[in-house]
Ligand binder design. Sequence first.
Ligand code: TXA
Ligand code: MG
Length: 324
Amino acid sequence: MQVVAADPAGLEAALAALAEGRLVGLPTETVYGLAADATDGRAVAGIYAAKGRPSFNPLIAHVADLAEAERHGRFGADARRLAEAFWPGPLTLVVPKRPDSAIADLCTAGLETVALRVPATAVARDLIRRFGRPVAAPSANRSGRISPTAAEDVVAELGDRVAVVIDGGRTPVGVESTIVACLDGHVRLLRPGGVPRAAIEAAIGRALDPDDAEGSDPARPLAPGLLVSHYAPNARVRLDAAEVRPGEALLAFGPDALPGQERAVARINLSPTGDLAEAAAGLFRALRQLDASGAPTIAVAPIPADGLGEAIRDRLGRAAAPRG
Ligand code: TXA
Ligand code: MG
């Protein structure tokens, strides 16, 4: 495994690895991705193996722009509006897959739909454009673990399972993309993420369609990968804590002190001013650091559910869920 800079030489090394069907740690604006040639089934199989990810859980194909996306998926008016409003950026669109798309069936887990995204970092866009093919990339963590927001996290998660890691520094958004399905005239939120729900609704000019019965059952999510337990640190996670109990680490938010916080064995405030974008950017790093304190439990202060708070609370809820 080789860690390279986000410069022309690093890009060459990453391109060579992709061309050989090997895996690349790729900085996007949300989290680091584990990238491979999305048109090469064997390369995609390498992603599932490296992550220990079930192969029924499809991957996002990353493309250079909307024109490339439209070669792989069918975009109706809503999907096109969303792509134009938020690409490049932290939005993934699930649309019907074109039968003539070159994206491997293993990437889409055999579904008739495809998840497409145009990432916003210069290095990711340069890599995809120069590679000339879509790049499959889940978050570069072992399945079920905390997503990586720095190159060193990718190295810690995957080590030699990845050929090249591009070090692009810390990812600015810090939570994964918002996933929106545009299917059969319905627009549904499959995963809250870096684009807030209200911004999606403003772009389509109406409220999102409610989840159907299947989507509202957390054990059978519309996004097959949204298993309840995810982002799991070794420590137990206790949400909406009203106080800090003996032995606990504290994930704080905002200016207010929690009773007993002085006895926390480790403490990180995601944003002392209560800024949700700052909190999202530091969330996964903070979970990793508090976990490293060895505390058996991480108490999490209340975090509001508006804006990016919906994605933050979603991730923390999965981190707190009983482990399967
Ligand atoms: O920000 C992100 O989206 C990052 C960066 C690397 O782009 N990627 C990411 O990928 O979070 P991953 O694999 O960790 O999460 C992708 C989610 C999974 O829950 C998967 O089930 C869902 O997208 N997904 C992929 N294709 C789908 C499809 N056709 N229909 C429904 N859900 C899909
Ligand atoms: Mg993931």
